[in-house]
Design a protein around this ligand. Structure first.
Ligand code: ASP
Length: 347
């Protein structure tokens, strides 16, 4: 850990990797992550913030395409271990899977009452036009922001390109523009212009009580199954009959619709009888799943498929993994899937 400066609020930066800390290999011309010590050299402004800042680097720093539940657990554990020493946490992470990690952490960190702000960048910090500097500096300011001695944003968030989002409501929507993330169903928690304007009414203060508890049981016996015209019956049936499969995120059309081929419902019914849990999430970024609205989703409802309403695929698959990890009875897992746990789904 490196001490950058000492004053007022204390912030722990956890560097996992991602483009923000990448350098180009002169031989292969590919980008790969470097150590955080070098990022500090690239952002001397961090010293000027006047906060007490420490950093920890995960070894090795990774491209977030290689993110795993084990690293989510390491992140949750690092936050828990350091919780009483810091006012806020900033996680530097690749953009590719940031929305998954933010969602997973939003379930794993129970009773969170301090900010956990994730950020990264589209251009490495060493590149002249990098978006990384503004992202990291503002993320730190948000993580340190307090009102009446209390954190303004006690949530797991993603800060990117002037916008602060609830982490489990985000999706990476652009790999080229600086504004890489969006949240289709929930407004920004803050917008950083000349001032940082917080959207106080939309910030979740309800869970901010008790002692931080980390719940790190994750079950990865899940799959995301996207429906498309021409979907092959043999493959569909074979996937649902996989031994050990426990949870399926069905990516359906529009407001939760699926083809009404009898073999589709038969396969879903059989898997359900074998104890597999299904959640219906729409391929449409806007709008939401309304099962039973069309004939093409009525049978799903009858088969006991859970409606994902307005949840993102990222928040859905991590919620399924988290709930399956809790060893609860099937009916309870389904009940939790259908309801709001960490602001990820409409109430
Ligand atoms: N592939 C990179 C990553 O997710 C992309 C990024 O950071 O923007 O680690």
């Amino acid at each position: 850990m490196n001490n950058l400066s000492s004053n007022q609020q204390s912030i722990l930066i956890i560097y996992t990797g991602g483009t923000i800390g990448m350098r180009e290999d002169p031989k292969t011309k590919t980008l790969s992550p470097m150590k955080f010590g070098l990022i500090q050299e690239e952002i001397p402004e961090l010293y000027k913030l006047g906060f007490y800042i420490h950093s920890v680097t995960f070894n090795p720093p990774i491209d977030s395409a290689n993110m795993t539940p084990e690293i989510w657990i390491k992140l949750a554990t690092t936050i828990k271990t350091n919780y009483s020493h810091y006012d806020g946490f900033v996680i530097l992470h690749g953009t590719d899977t940031m929305a998954y990690t933010a969602s997973a952490l939003s379930y794993m960190l129970e009773n969170l009452d301090k900010p956990v702000i994730m950020t990264g960048s589209q251009l490495p910090i060493g590149i002249l036009r990098t978006d990384g500097k503004e992202n990291i500096i503002t993320a730190i300011q948000i993580a340190a922001a307090q009102k009446n001695g209390k954190a303004i944003v006690p949530e797991v968030c993603i800060y990117f390109s002037s916008q602060l989002f609830r982490g489990n409501r985000t999706t990476k929507e652009d790999s080229q523009q600086f504004s890489a993330f969006t949240s289709h169903h929930y407004p920004q928690l803050a917008i950083a212009g000349v001032d940082i304007k917080f959207n106080y009414d939309k910030i979740n203060y309800a869970r901010s009580k008790g002692i931080l508890n980390i719940n790190t049981s994750i079950d990865d016996n899940v799959i995301i199954l996207k429906i498309f015209p021409g979907i092959n019956r043999r493959y569909f049936e074979a996937i649902l009959a996989l031994p050990g499969l426990k949870g399926v995120i069905l990516e359906s059309y529009g407001s939760g619709n699926m083809p009404t081929y009898p073999w589709i419902f038969e396969a879903i019914r059989e898997a359900t009888l074998a104890g597999v849990i299904f959640m219906n999430v729409s391929q449409c970024p806007g709008g939401q799943v309304k099962m039973g609205y069309y004939e093409t989703s009525r049978e799903l409802q009858e088969a006991g498929v859970v409606s994902g309403k307005d949840i993102t695929v990222e928040a859905a698959v991590t919620k399924m993994m988290f709930l399956l990890g809790q060893q609860l009875p099937l009916a309870e897992i389904k009940a939790y899937l259908a309801q709001n746990m960490s602001g990820e789904i409409e109430d």
